[in-house]
Write a protein that binds this ligand. Structure first.
Ligand code: FES
Length: 83
């Protein structure tokens, strides 16, 4: 099992799952959900190594270091902290 932490809330999710649904529960805003708009950008403050490698949508977006798109990323396992 993996854990996603945002502010003082945490959610447990299956290893390898998309973080989108959990991020919605944690209050991260979404719009296109297709890696185009950037509304769901999250700063990863801990556990970047526990996320999947960036997919094509994230690569094409040109994200800054430590930032991911919550509608695209998957969690491999372990703990990931967002801000
Ligand atoms: S919701 Fe648009 S990029 Fe994620």
């Amino acid at each position: 099992m993996a854990t996603l932490i945002f502010l003082d809330h945490s959610i447990t999710l299956e290893d390898g799952s998309q973080i989108k649904k959990s991020c919605k529960k944690l209050g991260i805003p979404f719009s296109c959900e297709a890696g185009i708009c950037g509304t769901c950008m999250v700063k990863i403050t801990e556990g970047m190594e526990n996320l999947s490698t960036m997919n094509e949508e994230e690569e094409d977006f040109g994200l800054e270091e430590g930032v991911r798109l919550a509608c695209q990323a998957r969690i491999k396992s372990g703990i990931v902290k967002l801000s």
